[in-house]
Design a protein around this ligand. Structure first.
Ligand code: G6Q
Length: 538
């Protein structure tokens, strides 16, 4: 982190650390308005944070000193900012609505982006209207996406998020785990002659995905009694044509993307195919428009009024200033149930790094732990710790004014909880207030809420494809900003490699018929031997 700019943040934080949100609100009648931003259909009220105008100024200066604008512009321009992998980072091109060319290594990437979108549109129209038929002439009723990580979490989360817009006659399934239970339980729910498998893998080499895809292929061929059925029931989303062909999928039914789309940023690429089948190409386009609006806001708004920048700075304030180890994302919308899981990958795989861009050990904490569950469920589970625990857990509350399922007073109750929680977290309840309520003296310490628990409130009119796209882009850019502030490369993920390589070696040892010579540590050797014995392979 930029040392001087961070020190300025720190001294301002020290000067304001004893201020209470109660006082700050009482002193400044314009506080809520001052700390509220609007962008792409979203309102962000960040007034219930431990900030003052002066502290926000120091934070914005940190963003300036760290070169947030320079890095942002380089990313949007297609520069190879993913330096360790020598790649551009251009997920923003996938939703770019402008007519101008966008060059990567001298080549305009936009015609390719539009061409794939068009092919996805044609294909999803055919599936949705029943023109694409299975091998036995029946229409598709089940879509099973086989992918993992970035090739699963985005579309799985989005299909649930936008279920209100989905064609209900096509059921969507997502299989990711190499644990056969995931695939087998899914295959029990679908009929082979009416199932379309989408094998989604950027590399088309991922162990879990290829294992599941091979098993699904065997299942289908066996059920339909003909290898030719594969062509009508399997399509691929990948960057690797040869491997798709080797698997037996007709490349006419392959939807491509590019190495400048990182897995966890790939939802608006062809990886979004299951979502397009679910919600149709028009709604999908609206989602891309929502992404684009937030992209444009991120590009054009001054740093102090820039939603992803402000959220990124607040996160750094708590991580590095207050030592917060995690933050919670709490969507008050059941459709967004998988959003925290999606964000876990986006944030933790991007910023879970301990070396900076120059390869030096970082000197401050980087990416936080992200977690969360939909409200109000979380209130009956872990909110106790957020309200009265010893740890500081900044929270993002996400809610909508209108429900897709208006029924009685459900939505008013949901939103009453939504607003009340941030109020309770910010302002708490003093011992005097407890006593005034008649709380017995011996119980007062248990009934006090300290308050000053920081929250962001993100509110939109309705969960639509557009507001959804903008929300995802908001978090993408927030994570980007934090990566710049910490001077790390948010776009590689070498940390997932070691376990994969070791698993390859262990697999050979697990399945060998002759007792293998185990050369691990004593613990791993013993565990492998125990497993082999249980399989009768001692
Ligand atoms: C994402 C990661 C990772 C990746 C999966 C699947 O940023 O790179 O989660 O998406 O490992 O990879 P494939 O799409 O190549 O199967």
């Amino acid at each position: 982190m930029n040392v001087e700019a961070w020190q300025a943040v720190e001294s301002e934080r020290q000067a304001t650390r004893d201020l209470r949100l109660r006082e700050l609100f009482a002193k400044d009648g314009r506080r809520a308005e001052r700390f509220t931003l609007e962008a792409a259909g979203w309102t962000l009220d960040y007034s219930k944070n431990r900030i003052t105008p002066a502290l926000m100024r120091r934070l914005v200066e940190l963003a300036e000193a760290s070169g947030v604008e320079r890095w942002r512009d380089a990313m949007f321009a297609g520069e190879a900012i993913n330096a360790t992998e020598g790649r551009a980072v251009l997920h923003t091109a996938l939703r770019n609505q402008k007519a101008e060319p966008l060059l990567v290594k001298g080549e305009d990437v936009m015609p390719g982006v539009r061409e794939v979108l068009e092919r996805m549109g044609e294909f999803s129209d055919r599936v949705r209207t029943g023109k694409w038929l299975g091998f036995t002439g029946k229409r598709i009723k089940y879509v099973v996406n086989i992918g993992i990580g970035g090739s699963d979490l985005g579309p799985a989360m989005a299909c649930q998020a936008l279920q209100a817009y989905a064609k209900r006659s096509i059921a969507m399934y997502f299989v990711s785990n190499v644990d056969a239970t995931h695939l087998m339980e899914t295959l029990r729910a679908v009929k082979p002659e009416q199932t379309l498998f989408i094998v989604a893998s950027k590399t088309f080499k991922t162990q879990e995905t290829m294992t599941n895809a091979e098993t699904a292929k065997e299942w289908l061929v066996q059920a339909l009694g003909d290898k030719r059925a594969v062509a009508r029931h399997f399509v691929a989303v990948s960057t690797c044509r040869e491997l798709v062909e080797d698997f037996g999928i007709d490349v006419a039914n392959m939807f491509g993307f590019w190495d400048w789309v990182g897995g966890r940023y790939s939802l608006p690429s062809a990886i979004g195919l299951p979502l397009m089948i679910a919600i149709g190409r028009r709604n999908y386009q609206k989602m891309l428009k929502g992404y684009f609006k937030m992209d444009q806001h991120f590009l054009k708004a001054p740093l102090a009024r820039n939603m992803p920048v402000v959220m990124g700075l607040l996160g750094v304030l708590y991580s590095n200033g207050y030592g917060a180890e995690s933050y919670a994302v709490l969507p008050y919308d059941q459709y967004l149930a998988r959003f925290p899981a999606y964000l876990q990958q986006l944030d933790m795989e991007s910023n879970g790094k301990s070396v900076d861009r120059q390869g030096r050990r970082v000197t401050c904490h980087t990416g936080p732990v992200v977690w969360g569950e939909p409200g109000t469920n979380g209130q009956h589970a872990f909110y106790q710790l957020i309200h009265q625990g010893t740890r500081l857990i900044p929270c993002d509350f996400i809610g909508f004014c209108k429900s897709h399922n208006p029924s009685g007073d459900h939505h008013d109750k949901l939103m009453a909880n939504f607003f009340a929680q941030t109020e309770a977290l910010a302002f708490g309840k003093t011992a005097e207030e407890c006593r005034a309520e008649g709380v017995a003296e011996r119980l007062v310490p248990f009934r006090v809420f300290e308050g000053d628990r920081p929250t962001n409130t993100l509110l939109a009119e309705e969960l639509t494809p557009e507001t959804f796209g903008a929300l995802v882009a908001l978090y993408e850019h927030k994570v980007f900003v934090q990566g710049v502030l910490w001077n790390i490369n948010s776009f590689d993920q070498y940390g997932v490699e070691l376990g994969k390589v070791l698993a390859g070696r262990v697999l050979a040892e697990l399945v060998e018929t002759e007792p293998p010579v185990l050369r691990h540590d004593a613990s791993t050797n013993a565990l492998i031997s125990r497993y082999r014995a249980a399989q009768g392979r001692a």
